[in-house]
Design a protein. Structure first.
Length: 132
């Protein structure tokens, strides 16, 4: 199928809905101080309109809503530590999850059809916070 060329300049992207639900569960103090586990759900919507000036031969308007909806469910483990220089807070995390992407794409007959891609993913990183 034909997908959107995000570098062509023939698309418009506007803000969409996004939310993240990630409660953190901290074990009791002791050897595991600062350690947490977090079941996570994230949703993002990308509002994309493709402008195709050559689509009039199929009696279409030339503007196609190509919204991408991304849903993720993950399990994250992390460690929060505090530095002594400027009260810097560090949050180190690692997790695994499953991502589902729903979108629209042109097929070989130039019809706009719904598509779905689902795959596992690994995430990791660090967040830095400053206390003031």
């Amino acid at each position: 199928g034909n997908s959107i060329d995000f570098h062509s300049g023939d698309i418009t992207i506007t803000p969409g809905l996004s939310f993240d639900f990630a409660p953190r569960l901290y074990p009791k103090e002791g050897d595991f101080e600062g350690f947490y586990v977090s079941p996570t759900y994230r949703f993002r919507n990308y509002n994309i309109v493709s402008h195709d000036p050559y689509s009039d031969y199929k009696q279409l308007t030339g503007d196609y809503k190509m919204n991408y909806n991304v849903s993720e469910i993950a399990f994250i483990m992390g460690l929060q530590t505090e530095g002594y220089f400027w009260e810097v807070l560090w949050d180190w995390y690692l997790g695994v999850g499953y991502r589902t992407i729903n979108y629209k794409e042109f097929n070989d007959l130039d019809d706009l059809v719904d598509k779905k891609v689902a795959r596992p993913f690994i995430l990791g990183g660090v967040k830095i916070g400053f206390s003031f």
